[in-house]
Write a protein that binds this ligand. Structure first.
Ligand code: PNS
Length: 163
């Protein structure tokens, strides 16, 4: 089938990237032609990793996936979507606890830009409890996060502790 390539945007903080995110990215690849992972540049939040570090981690991890690209954005997501010419937002949905926040965001984005649709994808069960917040907390308190994040993220976290 020819026609314009279907581009989806997977936005988030990715502070840091974990295997649940990577699983969602891999689930997108059979569905969309191209995927843009969009890292929010949020001056209000105090992230552990800078936007540049988060983009670099994503680049390293996703290097073998030719149809995935990574960019940062600031401002409204729907404006970014217009700039890159995408109409589909992908969000991961883990448990009921994610639902309220995701539902509000999806409907607000629809109100702002009715042409944009949000698609929810469920990660593999073994990642259904994994979040960036918990990964950071467990690591900082000395627990193991092997298997929950890509190996380069463990390295980067070790670097933060040493710094
Ligand atoms: O990984 P996160 O922190 O849950 O991702 C949240 C994100 C980046 C998708 C959301 O905060 C966002 O889109 N921010 C951009 C600003 C915006 O468009 N706000 C209105 C959304 S309803």
């Amino acid at each position: 089938m020819s026609g314009p390539r279907r581009l989806a945007v997977y936005p988030g903080s990715f502070d840091p990237l974990h295997n649940g995110h990577v699983d969602i990215i891999d689930r997108c690849l059979p569905i969309f032609d191209d995927l843009l992972v969009a890292v929010l540049r949020n001056e209000e939040k105090q992230p552990l990793f800078s936007v540049e570090e988060r983009v670099e981690i994503l680049h390293q991890t996703l290097a073998g996936r030719a149809r995935v690209r990574v960019e940062s954005f600031s401002g409204l997501l729907v404006d970014f979507m217009d700039r890159v010419g995408a109409i589909t937002i992908v969000r991961g949905l883990r448990a009921l606890s994610d639902f309220d926040y995701e539902f509000q965001m999806a409907l607000m984005n629809r109100r702002l830009a009715p042409r944009i649709e949000t698609v929810f994808m469920m990660p593999k069960e073994e990642y259904s409890y994994v979040s960036s917040r918990l990964v950071k907390e467990v690591f900082m308190l000395g627990g193991t996060i092997d298997g929950l994040v890509p190996p380069n993220v463990v390295e980067r976290l070790r670097g933060k502790v040493r710094a």
